[in-house]
Design a protein around this ligand. Sequence first.
Ligand SMILES: Cc1cc2nc3c(=O)[nH]c(=O)nc-3n(C[C@H](O)[C@H](O)[C@H](O)COP(=O)(O)O)c2cc1C
Length: 169
Amino acid sequence: MKILVVYSSLTGNTEKVCRAAAEALPGCHIFSVDAAPPPHEYDLVIVGYWVDKGMPDKKAANYLRTVAQTPVALVGTLGAWPDSDHARECMTKGEALLEGRGNRVLGTFLCQGKVDPRVVEMMQKMAGSAHPMTEERKARLAEAAKHPDETDCENARAFVRGVRAQLAG
Ligand SMILES: Cc1cc2nc3c(=O)[nH]c(=O)nc-3n(C[C@H](O)[C@H](O)[C@H](O)COP(=O)(O)O)c2cc1C
């Protein structure tokens, strides 16, 4: 089975999780989205993205739009809680980018990733506006700062093993 892992990563979180996932898929090919081959030569494509303002980041989104007639799995990192409505909406938006071209979405995985301190600073300056720096937000960012950790990496490995098993079976 030819498996491709493509990651888009600004600050390294998504790359870390995707590299961990790739360890569980011996023989797979892994590329940054900037150098990724076309998806159609593969039996399974796993695309890693980071969440940018509620959406899969632009580079990953553009790559997802090129995927057709292919089994796909999505791996995302974000600052929000992975079980939040916001996270679910981000995942749904990722899946929507694959619709209408005969793709088969085999699964989605999300974990937290530390948020660039410059972005946090920007949010703090905006305090009092749409994104006030509440205690809840502070706690969430402090938790995100610890991720992706080894548990996230292990969960990502288990996730892709499960995805591959779906295809093999
Ligand atoms: C410009 C920008 C916008 C972001 N927007 C969101 C967002 O809407 N929701 C969220 O949960 N996290 C958001 N984040 C946090 C990132 O998704 C998170 O830190 C991610 O793990 C970064 O992945 P990377 O290290 O692979 O680039 C944003 C980060 C940046 C830099």
